[in-house]
Design a protein around this ligand. Sequence first.
Ligand SMILES: Nc1ncnc2c1ncn2[C@@H]1O[C@H](COP(=O)(O)OP(=O)(O)O)[C@@H](O)[C@H]1O
Ligand SMILES: [Mg+2]
Length: 310
Amino acid sequence: MLELKNVTKKYGDYTAVNNLSLRVEDGELFGLLGPNGAGKSTTVSMISTILAPTSGDIEVNNKSISKYPIEAKKVMGIVPQDLALFETLSAKDNLKFFGSLYGLSGKVLKDRVDEVLEIIELKDKKDQDVCEFSGGMKRRVNIGVALMNNPKLLILDEPTVGIDPQSRNHILETVKRLNEERGMTVIYTSHYMEEVEYLCKRVAVVDFGECIALGTKEELKKSINACDVLSVSYSDAKEEDLKKLESINGIEKITVEDNKAKILVSPEKKTVIQIIQELSKLGLKLTGFKYEEVNLESIFLQITGKSLRE
Ligand SMILES: Nc1ncnc2c1ncn2[C@@H]1O[C@H](COP(=O)(O)OP(=O)(O)O)[C@@H](O)[C@H]1O
Ligand SMILES: [Mg+2]
């Protein structure tokens, strides 16, 4: 569906996107995850043909978008990071206006507006001016605009920044449904690890314009040998006894402090049950227990040495 081949974008001397290569297959829900300034919006602008890459090429359906921009734009719907709506028009009229830009008219346009209002669940508010909407509702109209030409590839640039949790959930569920029920290919751009983790099977993690990791979460875990974390707290134990657990196959490391132990477990050989059995053999009085699977946040931390939220 979409391929970026060694794409670089420079603003003057500054390299915002550096030699980025990735492929998104038909029907995928692909995540582009990275902190602010990573180059996500620049990448989206290049895919949408607003910006030309300094070098490299982008293909949609195996055709270069610099040579065939109109064909590319026909299959894409872009939801930009910044809202692009007419505040003094109603939701319905915004959709109508942008639909007409795609060449829709008459009954086809009217039906499409109704269908999109249904998808973004704003049918009951369709005649209200957008300026009266909450941030979350405006976002939904923004997504609706991108859906007007019934795109095969939908690209959303940080669609949940600065909106209430309910709207956020609504947007996540809508994106999921568009992918699962309509087979829409989606690129979901965000700096929220948990959203990308929830929605996307495959992820490109970007930082300073470079792709620092690419693959499914499982592949990323394996590539950096990331560990899950089992934390236990107890009221009474000898630290040397706990250290003995390090001999269990699958335990990478144990740190013990103040009646708490953090046990790093290799996710491939989950040995949690064995660990618990051994803990009970030690006669430990457990007062707390938490098992955290490695997530994209900890993967990012392990690769870059910093948190995604900085
Ligand atoms: N028009 C521009 N001119 C110069 N620098 C820019 C411009 N747009 C973005 N940048 C810089 O490029 C980098 C990547 O920006 P951007 O693509 O917006 O990142 P993200 O969307 O991941 O937050 C940032 O350091 C930003 O300041
Ligand atoms: Mg951005």
